[in-house]
Design a protein around this ligand. Structure first.
Ligand code: ADP
Length: 632
């Protein structure tokens, strides 16, 4: 049995569990692939938006350069430089503070004197004067023309590469700062500086070193794209390239470019150009990021309506350096956690800490199909496992039943052999006694009775076995005649009572008035009653008493055999009617039997639309009652 269970576990249950687990894992992997593809698809939307923003800025830069070139075509560079700030106001429609740096590295326009009449110029000089004149190193984000036209993002490069860019930028920036330059300690009045929390945080490498042990030089991004965090363990680190340096170091290599920096809470963009006809001069302008707000809408994608249901498929938003929504497509959507987009892309050094971010109106829908697949799989696996468990349990139960039956049959063979041997021995012994002439003639009658009783016992046993075999093969034929059961009882009782009395039993028969007309096979029913009487005798023990009660109960005739024996052990009242079952084992009780008597008696009773009931008798002993339908 154990072997079978082990085979079942190894051959059926284990492979099923493994298959189920593989199916689940596969479903999970599929879900990850789908999510990754969706993320890639949406990532391209924000990458395009970021590239669009950079393109807009580049357009402004080109517009500025164009205006400078136009101005240069009308007057000599030196002359233009001296009064570039007012000249730019007319030449370029965008709100900007123009400035020019002379060959000596000093600002030639606007001068401090000019600034007296213009508050913007005054603030410009206050904020940027020392930096532009290379007298102070400040934290800036250098932007090359190539960077502005970059269609892809840094994130596509290896993070190590990014690290080396960061390290290089600082190494290369440091020596280019002239010795007298010192990092700017205070560019603004202290009251304004207090509000500059974000730009300070961003410009403080020491702080970021504490934030991140893995990437000491990387700045943490303002937003945490869910998808990036879900698909990789990497934290959302910024890939911005920054340096602490003076203006000169940023402008020596190229002919034109752009620098961005945070001054107080404001993001300022410095566009600059070194004209071909006077490369020692620099013409530049300062544009505040806020002043370009009207242009950003052009960078955002057209709203797409969701396939299912109403509303947009996604929302693309431009976030500023404080992760506040500047503009969204479609417009007018709000009320969400802007810092937790589905995917996001940094704009780059042109707008440091700004991001193009994409939000799903119903991010949970992405998980829903996976959940559905998983639920179905769990259901299928659960059903399959329960079916296997049920099947296994049924097989095991059946095997156990077969095993018990085989055991019972073995017991039966040994029981029947014993039962055959005992009466045969008696018959032979008394026959030999009489034949040898050693027996007193007065006892001959008694010996002959014993021989008769024993042979009847033999016949009964053999009949029982044969009957059982016939019943099993459904070959047993029953007579169907009307007869008086009382008469049958009289006949049986006459024979049996004598034998019981001789064996020392107290006997009595209480009967209600005859007749008891019934319909059926008289011999079969007589066999039932003889079996019950014989059991009463066998299982009587010390108190030898057998009673027969016969009475009519409504439409039923009842015949009870009562004894004062051991009774049937509790819990086995039904089992004693099963084939080969013996509540009193031959070995322990010493009482011989085949375990077939009650089985046959019950089957015969049922064939006659009746039954046999067992009842424990008050005061000890058993009551077996045969109930049969009475004929009217
Ligand atoms: P057996 O040949 O063993 O007597 P039966 O089918 O006649 O087979 O009886 C089945 C079991 O029922 C017996 O083994 C015995 O344990 C129990 N039994 C039957 N009759 C009685 C009784 N009168 N008193 C106590 N137990 C009984």
């Amino acid at each position: 049995m154990r072997k079978n269970v082990a085979i079942f576990l190894l051959a059926v249950l284990l492979p099923s569990v493994v298959l189920g687990w593989l199916a689940l894992r596969n479903a999970q992997e599929q879900q990850i692939i789908i999510e990754r593809r969706t993320a890639e698809l949406y990532q391209s939307e924000v990458d395009n938006a970021a590239a669009g923003v950079r393109a807009i800025i580049d357009e402004q830069r080109r517009g500025f350069a164009e205006s400078v070139r136009r101005l240069l075509s009308t007057r000599p560079p030196e002359q233009l430089a001296k009064n570039f700030a007012p000249a730019l106001i007319d030449a370029w429609p965008r709100k900007a503070v123009g400035f020019a740096i002379g060959a000596d590295g000093r600002i030639v326009s606007p001068t401090a004197k000019d600034a007296g009449s213009n508050a913007d110029w005054k603030r410009f000089l206050w904020d940027n004067g020392q930096f532009l004149c290379n007298q102070m190193a400040v934290m800036v984000f250098p932007v090359s023309v190539d960077d502005l036209n970059r269609p892809d993002q840094y994130r596509k490069k290896a993070s190590q590469e990014q690290q080396s860019v960061l390290v290089m930028s600082k190494k290369s920036a440091a020596p280019s700062v002239p010795a007298p330059l010192k990092e700017q300690k205070s560019e603004a009045p202290p009251s304004e500086r207090a509000s500059n929390a974000l730009s300070k945080e961003a410009s403080s490498p020491q702080k970021n070193e504490q934030d991140s042990e893995k990437q000491p030089d990387a700045m943490v991004r303002n937003v945490a794209p869910q998808q990036m965090l879900a698909l990789s363990d990497r934290a959302a680190y910024s890939q911005l390239n920054w340096a602490t340096t003076g203006f000169k170091a940023l402008t020596t290599e190229a002919k034109e470019g752009m620098v961005t920096r945070f001054v107080q809470d404001r993001l300022e963009m410095i566009l600059w150009l070194r004209p071909e006809q006077a490369p020692e001069l620099i013409f530049g302008c300062l544009v505040e990021a806020d002043s370009l707000r009207d242009l950003w809408a052009l960078a955002l994608p057209e709203p797409v309506t969701a396939k299912k249901g109403e509303g947009p498929e996604f929302i693309v938003t431009l976030l500023d350096d404080k992760a506040r929504a500047v503009i969204s497509a479609p417009a007018g959507v709000g009320g969400r956690d802007w810092k937790r987009p589905f995917v996001a892309s940094e704009i780059g050094e042109a707008l440091p800490h700004w991001e193009a971010a994409l939000y799903l109106p119903h991010p949970e829908q992405l998980q829903e199909s996976a959940k559905k697949v998983r639920r179905t799989l769990y259901l299928l696996i659960g059903t399959a496992l329960s079916a296997i468990a049920c099947g296994g349990w049924l097989v095991v139960a059946d095997a156990r039943r077969q095993l018990l039956l085989a055991q019972k049959k073995t017991d039966f063979v040994s029981n029947v052999s014993h039962e055959l041997k005992t009466p045969l021995t008696s018959i032979r012994m008394f026959a030999e006694l009489m034949q040898s002439g050693r027996a007193e003639p007065a006892r001959h009658a008694q010996y002959l009775r014993i021989i008769m009783v024993e042979s009847e016992r033999l016949t009964r046993l053999i009949n029982n076995v044969l009957d059982f075999a016939r019943l099993e093969r459904r070959q047993k034929q029953f007579d169907r005649i009307r007869f008086d059961l009382h008469r049958t009882l009289e006949r049986i009782w006459e024979n049996h009572e004598l034998h019981l009395r001789e064996s020392g039993f107290l006997t009595s028969w209480k009967d209600s008035p005859e007749p008891y007309p019934v319909h059926g096979d008289e011999d079969a029913l007589a066999q039932v009653l003889v079996n019950l009487l014989s059991n009463a005798e066998k299982y009587s023990g010390a108190q030898k008493e057998v009673e027969l009660h016969s009475y009519i109960d409504g439409e039923t005739v009842c015949v009870s055999v009562l004894d004062r024996g051991t009774g049937v052990p509790e819990g086995e009242e039904q089992k004693i009617f099963e084939a080969f079952y013996r509540a009193h084992d031959s070995l322990s009780s010493g009482i011989q039997g085949s375990g077939l008597g009650l089985t046959l008696a019950q089957r015969h009773a049922r064939e006659h639309a009746g039954e046999i009931l067992y009842q424990a008798r008050a005061g000890g002993g058993s009551i077996f009652t045969l109930r049969l339908p009475l004929l009217s």
